[in-house]
Write a protein that binds this ligand. Sequence first.
Ligand SMILES: Cc1cc2nc3c(=O)[nH]c(=O)nc-3n(C[C@H](O)[C@H](O)[C@H](O)COP(=O)(O)OP(=O)(O)OC[C@H]3O[C@@H](n4cnc5c(N)ncnc54)[C@H](O)[C@@H]3O)c2cc1C
Length: 390
Amino acid sequence: MQEEAQVNNIAIIGAGLGGLACAIALRKLGYEVQVYEKARDFRPVGGGFGLLPNGLKCLDAIEPGILSLIKNSACEISQTVLKNNQGETIRTNKSARYKDKYGLPLITVWWWHLQQILASKVPENNIHLNHRCIGFTQDDNGVDIYFDGEKKLRADLLIGADGINSAVRETLFKDGKARYLGSMSWRAVIKCDQQLLNPGELGFVKSDREFMYLLNVGDGHFSWLYRQLLLDFSLSPNLDAAKSQVLSKIAHWGKPLQQLVEMTPSERILEAPICDRPPLDTWSTGRVTLLGDAAHPMAPALGQGANSTFEDVCELAWCLTHYKNISEALTNYERRRIKRTRIIQNRSAEGEMDYYKTEEEKSPSRVLQQLQMSSEEFQNWILSYQPPTI
Ligand SMILES: Cc1cc2nc3c(=O)[nH]c(=O)nc-3n(C[C@H](O)[C@H](O)[C@H](O)COP(=O)(O)OP(=O)(O)OC[C@H]3O[C@@H](n4cnc5c(N)ncnc54)[C@H](O)[C@@H]3O)c2cc1C
């Protein structure tokens, strides 16, 4: 092991899942960490999503014991269910194989619940809401970070965990707008009694050029995620209009599915175009680096957005304590991450379009062909990831 990178005071931009997990990991290693978030408060938004064995292993390494807390307000999936757009079951599949193969199950959780659990592990005084970062400058000794309202702060290291439209990434690389992948999404979580899924089930409703995921996310909460192939998109003028739009798109679907959307308060709906960005060759300059969606935004097809972000956290934490200066630490962080996340980004973009194709329309994956891997080998490669000990 080499001498430790000389850093004391670390600023993280973004209190999403990546920024908060990173704050927990780095505080444990003894760093002084401040998190700056543009939102004025933590609102109950977002949809349900899957925590997979690779991400769960990282969360356990970041905060031992956190998995039992997450499991208490999430759902361990034992079966997946394929339905038609009338809500009728076509096929079921046991999904206990994740636990058997990789030691941990598939867990579905509400994004906001996980954000709250992670935030509860960071002292309130270290999270600064209502701080929108607008850029930074750096010199040999530190980084000056600029926020809306002419606020300025200085740190030894700046980590941009500010998502797909990262201000830190824009200042570093000026790579403009995210790339729209031709697919629109609407998602929400509601508390409801529903008859569509049994506890421990995850549902997928397949229709023509559209689909919906149905997720139990624990605590009596249920999440729907509707997606449609739309080559051009425009955002609804307000959330009532977004809800009406989904209802009109699924007007031909079965009543139980329509009712889920009908009973959803508009303010709970998150409408978003599915976007990514082409992979970068580098994520860092001087004392500034990126993490999570800011570094490698990807389509949700493989469910790796959050899971691969937790991998970044473990690797960055490990590099900061194992290399003698920031430059070596960040170079090695990139060396350990960029190749892997590039592959996951590329395969996720391919997979996004596969959702809308019939089996006959699908062509073999170019990414898997280049890697000379079968789908199963590829899944093993992703889900068997072992984080370094931090
Ligand atoms: C509100 C919200 C809901 C989401 N819901 C889901 C979901 O249901 N399912 C799913 O799979 N993924 C969801 N995601 C995305 C998912 O969290 C990410 O793909 C993944 O977890 C990587 O996380 P991240 O921390 O890198 O980025 P993000 O989760 O996007 O977090 C970025 C954070 O940075 C903040 N931020 C952005 N710009 C600035 C700025 N200039 N200054 C300060 N702060 C800034 C954002 O407000 C956000 O809190 C959601 C993201 C957000 C922000």
